[in-house]
Write a protein that binds this ligand. Structure first.
Ligand code: ADP
Ligand code: MG
Length: 337
């Protein structure tokens, strides 16, 4: 079983239904009705040493903030506001206390930054390595929640920023490529200390313009396939429109990697992926600019199924390749959420 099959199997066993549950397994958060017009949004993500982070190059304060960012990202992806956090930590006997204090400081500072409160958790010994699981509880007006399931044929597909930066940064860190170059430093920072697009997600949710939305944790190829499956549609992505940064190609050259592969399957972008009618373009760009971000159109939603990438070739030729689910999967190897 791969990660997707495991989740689908668990979903078949869950139940019975509860009238308060608006959305269960399958979106970025579970959605539970409150009294009135509000809903609760619930999500959980785990970071495991040796899988998600390497303590030899990951500063503990940044890891603490990252634990919060990757979790609140799912709340923002549904148009919500994070409110409460529960923290479970697992640490080996004789753990480094100064490391732990710095991690906890980064985590609690990030809670304040994103406007949520740590209200509980669990503390256990781990046989090997450090683990951290966060549960985030968020809130939204029910009418503002954006699901993965609303994409319509003809919609434009957007991402909230450049793709593949975290994967490039991780490669720099792994290969120990040191350079004072600001562009390289910002790639490294993208892996070590990403920022969740919570403010943008809330603005997009409240705008009523967005048909479907999720955050990008496993790479566009996999995450867009999830969104398409939930919406019962397909997607066409244009390779030339994938937003990157110049340093990406430079790092790819240095490390012998393929920057397009980072953009499609690198994972950990923590940008938002959304679809909306083509006529919403101007208003979407304005909302991005309000958050200091440049939204980029990357393709179109089509009837049918499957996610394809179209590459323009010299001489006006183009090639079309299937890319669905070619991003990160925990049970197929790689790196990511
Ligand atoms: P994301 O990348 O947005 O965090 P995931 O791919 O981790 O989402 O999960 C997709 C969906 O499957 C979510 O609704 C999540 O709550 C659910 N899910 C993942 N793992 C499990 C599990 N072990 N048991 C029940 N639900 C799960
Ligand atoms: Mg998500």
């Amino acid at each position: 079983m791969n990660e997707r099959q495991i989740i689908e199997y668990i979903a078949t066993l869950a139940g019975p239904a509860d009238a308060r549950l608006v959305k269960g397994i399958g979106d970025d958060c579970a959605v539970v009705a409150q009294d009135g017009h509000q809903v609760w949004l619930l999500t959980m993500d785990t970071l495991i040493e040796g899988v998600h982070f390497d303590r030899s190059f990951h500063p503990p304060e940044k890891l603490g903030r990252k634990a919060v960012s990757v979790n609140v990202s799912d709340i923002g992806a549904m148009g919500g506001k994070p409110v409460f956090i529960l923290l479970s930590v697992g640490m080996p006997q004789g753990f480094d206390e100064s490391w732990f204090r710095a991690f906890a400081q980064g985590l609690t500072d990030a809670c304040r930054e994103y406007g949520c409160l740590l209200i509980g958790g669990d503390t256990v010994a781990s046989p090997q390595g450090f683990t951290c699981t966060l549960t985030v509880i968020g809130e939204a007006d029910a009418a503002h929640v954006v699901y993965r399931s609303g994409a319509k044929p003809g919609d434009t597909i957007w991402v909230s920023g450049p793709l593949g930066r975290a994967a490039a940064g991780l490669e720099l860190l792994r290969q120990g490529i040191e350079s004072d170059n600001d562009a390289f430093a910002s790639l490294r920072e993208q892996h070590l200390n990403p920022t969740a697009r919570v403010k943008l997600g809330r603005l997009l949710g409240a705008s009523g313009l967005v048909h479907a939305m999720m955050d990008l944790s496993d790479g566009l190829a996999t995450d867009l396939a999830h969104l398409c499956k939930q919406s019962g549609v397909g997607a066409r992505i244009l390779s030339q429109d994938l937003p990157g940064v110049p340093a990406l190609a430079e790092v790819a050259r240095l490390t012998g990697a393929d920057p397009e592969q980072w953009a499609l399957g690198g994972g950990e972008d923590y940008e938002l992926l959304l679809t909306a009618a083509p006529s919403s373009q101007g208003r979407l760009l304005d909302l991005g600019h309000q958050c200091g971000l440049t939204l980029a159109p990357v393709g179109t939603v089509v009837a049918g199924e499957g996610v394809v990438l179209i590459r323009q070739r010299p001489g006006g030729m183009s090639e079309t390749v299937a890319i669905a689910y070619q991003g990160f999967d925990h049970f197929r190897g790689g790196e990511g959420g």
